[in-house]
Design a binder for this molecule. Structure first.
Ligand code: NI
Length: 383
């Protein structure tokens, strides 16, 4: 019995010793449970909140809240990541909702729009005022327009389009270099061009940096276009000797103009000389010619009589005995004897201090104006 009692006592002691251990285990378990529950509730509130939001969102159509939700949406996105399937499902539901929502939003907007429209209604009332205000402005505008109108009206007038159309006006402004204080004469050559003679004359003029005037017969132009171009390009004056060397005194105004216009038109096909001076064949003019010819007519003060003598020495003597400042010298670029005489006279006159210039330049540098329809024999000498 004692042994049994001892054994029971031992058991009891063991039980008594085990009790605190059990209690410890139990408390530990409770603690763990509490922690687990705590963690659960920490997570749960977020899920609940999102659920509420979803509900509000589905139920409420007010645009303001939708805007808020949309704004918050990105913030919630990470939260939704754990349950993508569920989150996406409501998304489509949400999608249509906002889509419908904007329309009502637009409607109020339109409702507001009409109000500004009525606002505009009064503005038209105000519009007549500004219109009146604007009316005076345009009224003022037409005034300057009228002021400007006369100017352009004047512009077409100076254009003188009709004239240049028929005969291109003045040639490019030439750069005259003759010294008006020094003696000068103008060689003039009629009845050409004729290349064998004209060419020699051009050569010597070029050699002495001198210029001359060529009164060209219109019906010869086609045969000597190269020489005509050379005359122009080397700075000489291109002028007219009529189309077919007619005595203008035997023609009426129409015939006179035909002789002049036809020649100018032909000249301008090759060189841009515009309207050119005229030397009437035989120096023949009368009242009709002077009244009809639309350009200055250039006669001469020194006649070389080259056409008559056909002698180089005679030509040279004829010129040198009479030449003086302001003279216009008559020659014809048709004869070899004339070319030879010029080849002597050019250096000789230059040596004597004469400037060999075109008719145009001589009158220009001396300040003597040439008038259409008038006849000129020479430039007024210096002194
Ligand atoms: Ni002639």
């Amino acid at each position: 019995m004692q042994t049994e009692n001892k054994q029971n006592q031992k058991k009891t002691r063991r039980n008594q010793e085990a009790l605190p251990i059990l209690m410890l285990i139990l408390l530990s378990s409770l603690l763990v449970l509490a922690i687990v529950i705590g963690i659960y509730y920490k997570v749960q509130p977020n899920m609940t909140a999102s659920a509420d939001t979803k509900e509000n969102y589905a139920e409420k159509n007010e645009s303001e809240e939708i805007l808020r939700v949309v704004t918050k949406a990105p913030t919630k996105a990470p939260t939704a990541i754990p349950e993508p399937t569920t989150t996406k499902a409501p998304s489509p539901t949400e999608a249509p909702t906002p889509t419908e929502t904007p329309s009502p939003t637009v409607t109020p907007t339109e409702a507001v729009t009409p109000s500004p429209t009525p606002t505009k209604a009064p503005s038209p009332t105000a519009t007549p005022e500004p219109t009146e205000a604007e009316i005076p402005s345009p009224t003022a505008t037409p005034e300057p327009t009228e002021a400007a109108t006369p100017t352009p009206t004047a512009t077409p007038t100076p254009t003188v389009a009709p004239e240049p159309t028929e005969v291109p006006t003045p040639t490019p402004v030439k750069d005259f270099t003759a010294d008006p204080e020094k003696p000068m004469v103008a060689f003039t050559f009629d009845d050409g061009p004729y290349t064998p003679v004209t060419g020699r004359i051009l050569d010597v003029l070029k050699e002495y940096d001198s210029h001359a005037t060529f009164f060209i017969v219109g019906n010869r132009i086609s045969s000597y276009t190269d020489t005509l171009k050379r005359i122009y390009e080397e700075g000489h004056q291109v002028a007219s000797h009529t189309w077919s060397h007619k005595n203008l005194k035997e023609l009426d105004a129409t015939g006179i103009l035909e002789q002049i216009n036809k020649t100018e038109k032909k000249l301008n096909q090759y060189v841009p000389v515009g309207s050119v001076m005229l030397r009437p064949p035989y120096g023949a003019t009368n009242a009709t010619v002077r009244a009809t010819v639309p350009v200055p007519m250039i006669h001469w003060s020194v006649d070389s009589l080259d056409w008559q003598s056909r002698n180089t020495d005679a030509i040279i003597e004829q010129v040198l005995k009479d030449v003086s400042d302001g003279d216009i010298i008559l020659m014809h670029d048709l004869y070899d004897t004339t070319a030879a005489a010029v080849e002597y006279l050019v250096p000789e006159l230059v040596e004597r201090g004469y400037q060999l210039v075109t008719v145009e330049e001589m009158f220009a540098v001396r300040g003597q104006e040439l008038t259409a329809g008038k006849v000129y024999y020479q430039a007024i000498p210096k002194r």
